[in-house]
Design a protein. Structure first.
Length: 245
């Protein structure tokens, strides 16, 4: 996509694949129009929810003539299913799709959580690994990072490094789950540049995480923090113990 013209508070945006389509979008009132009725224009209309979500996430200052970005839309993506936090989002050998919470495979489960203590500038994270027989194994690690979001990401990275094969990762971090199942598709096409034109955070960690998902099925589950979920609460307690909270 490339912003080619500004008009009455909105912008004309050219989108080109094999064909070319022209759309307009006003970031103030969120009005979106698709002008071309060729096959690309029809595809954009059929996947309007995804297109809207990308444009809605752009900051106002990132709309200017000349801004360009590569992006992808997943054919027939059920946006509602992806947004339902009770579902599992699956990355499986290059495919990304959604299954219901009770429709996943019987896999080793790894629960992760991380913590950063501002007072003593210490970070830590915990992995709780549940095998197919229902047994648990705990692992705790210190982190030199000074961001809870990054530490949560490091926890998942460590899980994928240490536990081989197909897994279910259970995290309370939407940053982690959305990053690896949605945002990274755009980052990879744009040299790790976001929809706003800035560089993504923690690029090197995301690159390692992306490599570790290749050739395996990972089911990404989300759990609300501090919701009396045994495994998540345990990881939260242990990570805080490591970081000295």
């Amino acid at each position: 996509m490339k912003i080619v013209e500004e008009e009455e508070g909105g912008y004309l945006i050219e989108i080109q694949e094999v064909e070319k389509a022209l759309i307009s979008f006003n970031p103030q009132n969120k009005v979106l129009r698709v002008f071309n009725q060729n096959s690309l224009g029809q595809f954009l209309l059929e996947h309007e929810d995804q297109l809207r979500r990308m444009l809605h996430n752009k900051k106002a200052e990132s709309f200017y003539v000349g801004f360009s970005l590569a992006f992808s839309l997943i054919p027939d993506k059920d946006v509602g299913a992806f947004n339902n936090r009770d579902n599992l989002i699956v990355t499986d050998n290059g495919e990304i799709f959604v299954v219901g919470a009770g429709e996943g495979r019987r896999l080793t489960e790894v629960y992760t959580d991380g913590s950063y203590n501002d007072k003593n500038q210490r970070g830590g994270f915990c992995l709780l690994i549940k095998d197919l027989e229902g047994g648990y194994r705990e692992m705790g690690f210190e982190s030199a990072s000074k961001s809870s979001a990054l530490i949560e990401l490091e926890a998942v990275l460590k899980a994928l490094e240490l536990v081989a094969g197909d897994l279910r990762i259970v995290t309370d971090s939407q940053y982690v789950r959305k990053g690896i199942t949605e945002w990274i598709l755009h980052w990879l096409e744009n040299d790790w540049t976001t929809v706003n034109g800035s560089k993504a955070r923690n690029i090197e960690v995301w690159k390692k995480l992306h490599e570790l998902t290749k050739g395996r099925r990972i089911e990404w589950a989300w759990v609300k923090a501090h919701s009396n979920h045994f495994e998540n609460d345990y990881c939260d307690y242990k990570s805080k113990e490591i970081s000295g909270v």
